[in-house]
Design a protein around this ligand. Structure first.
Ligand code: NAG
Length: 184
């Protein structure tokens, strides 16, 4: 999730950021250097998970809990992500209410059995990475971001969970993604 251009608008920034921007850079820098082309792992949706239309490995979690962001489509290109190439990420969704200062996102990243990242980020600070600014207005939002995938991606299975909340602890979105970069 660490590192991906130019956003038109967005309320998806929080999770998109968490899932894409944070992940790639930090994660790849946290694990041994190796490399191969990644493969996306299919996840069987359970009752509390909802696949998001598009071609990305991102799934909505805590789906039975009301969420302020209705993520309608996420498209990544190329799919699956390729090492040494730019990954373009486009997300479309509708925010039921504006996101203001004080919103935060809890991010959990696992690499195999290792917990790489377990941290809370200030949402309004992080959305600058996707060219957004708080308050993020309610209504339709689109995020477009390009991220460079490092040539040397440590192989292995990555599991990312991001939950974004308003200052009042109302759930904005819960997103999870599982991606595997196989060894040679
Ligand atoms: C990725 O994007 C950057 C900036 O647009 C560009 O300079 C670079 O050549 C691109 N890399 C690849 C592999 O396409």
């Amino acid at each position: 999730m660490v590192a991906f251009g130019r956003l038109a608008v967005a309320g998806l920034a929080a999770s998109a950021e968490a899932l894409l921007l944070l992940s790639f850079p930090d994660i790849f820098n946290s694990v041994p250097k190796l490399a191969e082309s990644p493969k996306i792992i299919s996840t069987f949706p359970n009752q509390d998970e909802r696949p998001i239309p598009g071609n990305s490995p991102i799934i909505q979690c805590d789906a039975q809990t009301p969420q302020l962001l209705d993520l309608q489509k996420v498209v990544i290109d190329p799919n699956p992500p390729a090492k040494g190439q730019n990954l373009t990420f486009v997300a479309e969704g509708v925010l039921k209410q504006s996101i203001t200062d004080g919103a935060y996102v809890e991010v959990d990243v696992r690499y195999g059995f290792i917990r790489l990242i377990h941290q809370t980020y200030d949402l309004c600070e992080e959305v600058h990475n996707v060219d957004l600014e708080c308050p993020i207005k309610k209504g339709a939002q689109t995020i477009l971001k390009q991220v460079a995938i490092p040539e040397e991606v440590p192989p292995g299975k990555y599991l990312v969970v991001a939950r974004a909340y308003t200052k009042e602890d109302v759930l904005i979105t819960c997103l999870t993604a599982s991606v595997e970069f196989p060894p040679n």
